[in-house]
Design a protein around this ligand. Structure first.
Ligand SMILES: [Mn+2]
Length: 320
């Protein structure tokens, strides 16, 4: 199945508990629109119906005068689902659930969608990504590190081939096929009832459901910044894990995120921007604040590791 029409459909899911989540989605959307003005971009934000009027206004501001639109879809989670073991026990957030419902909630004439996490930045043209030949249900980027590094995941290894485990932050979904062959919510629930302690809950569930039904694509479409990363190395950067640019300084890719935020309505007020920027903490502080260590030994190991990072950064003009 290939696409002939000139529209790119993109979905995000947002449950804004802190009041900041919309801003992260905003930076991601700004970056998407900035680099893809040659196509019509239709965006769906699946949400809980609690996005503030101010945030909705900001989202719409970004599409003024350009060939793009943003639609909001309120997802109704009934109590039966809300009481699912995975939600009640806190292994899955309600926000993560929304993307499992994309196929059900989007208009049926949309046969393909690019799902993006809110912690991504698009830094290039995604036409080739969106219009690729896709016979499988999904296309995504391999994320084998995760399954090899976590002891708890090794128990589940029998279910996954680590060389065929994908990251779920960027997924091209073949909605036509998914609607015909799957009920994502039920199938994911099956997996999570079997493995309720999987730290990558819905990501693993999606891997379980789309085992042997995923097309693996170039890493440049879902690349985690490393200390060595440079702008231009990827088309979609994914600030997966703890090193979010709005929390800590990590790599030179952070500045791409700040650049997009500054261009978005959320970054247009200089005072707010500086306030936000002043909350950024250095990696060492961040590690100490956010990674409580189980033992004295691992605490000192952590401090040592982070101190070496810090020393390496000195003299490195890596930020702004
Ligand atoms: Mn993510």
């Amino acid at each position: 199945m290939s696409l002939t029409d000139d529209t790119i459909y993109v979905a995000f899911s947002v449950k804004d508990l802190t009041g900041n989540y919309c801003m992260y989605a905003g930076a991601a959307i700004k970056s998407l629109l900035l680099h893809n003005s040659n196509k019509k971009i239709v965006i769906y934000i699946l949400n809980d119906g609690k996005i503030t009027d101010q945030n909705i206004k900001y989202f719409h501001e970004m599409t003024k005068g350009i060939n793009a639109e943003i639609n909001f879809i309120t997802v109704k989670i009934d109590n039966k689902i809300r009481n699912m073991k995975m939600i009640v026990e806190g292994f899955l957030s309600e926000g993560a659930l929304y993307r499992l419902l994309i196929a059900d909630y989007l208009p049926k004439y949309i046969n393909r969608i690019l799902y993006l996490d809110c912690d991504v930045i698009v830094d290039g043209d995604i036409t080739a990504l969106f219009s690729m030949q896709l016979d499988k249900s999904v296309a995504a980027v391999k994320d084998s590190g995760i399954i090899k590094n976590y002891r708890i995941m090794k128990k589940n290894m029998a279910l996954f081939n680590p060389d065929r485990y994908f990251n779920s932050g960027v997924i091209v979904m073949n909605l036509h096929k998914i609607r015909q062959e799957h009920n994502l919510l039920l199938e994911c629930n099956d997996y999570l009832n079997k493995f309720p302690k999987d730290p990558f809950s819905d990501q693993s569930a999606l891997n379980y459901v789309f085992k042997n039904d995923c097309k693996f694509i170039s890493e440049k479409y879902n690349k985690f910044p490393s200390r060595e990363s440079r702008p231009g190395d990827a088309i979609i950067w994914h600030f997966s894990g703890a090193n979010k640019p709005w929390k800590t300084r990590f790599s030179s890719i952070d500045k791409i995120w700040w650049h997009n935020l500054r261009l978005s309505p959320w970054g247009s007020d200089v005072n707010k921007l500086f306030d936000l920027y002043s909350k950024i903490v250095d990696p060492l502080d961040y590690a100490l604040l956010h990674y409580p260590s189980g033992s004295k030994r691992s605490f000192f190991k952590n401090v040592f590791k982070r101190t070496i990072y810090e020393i390496k950064l000195i003299g490195n003009n890596y930020f702004f």
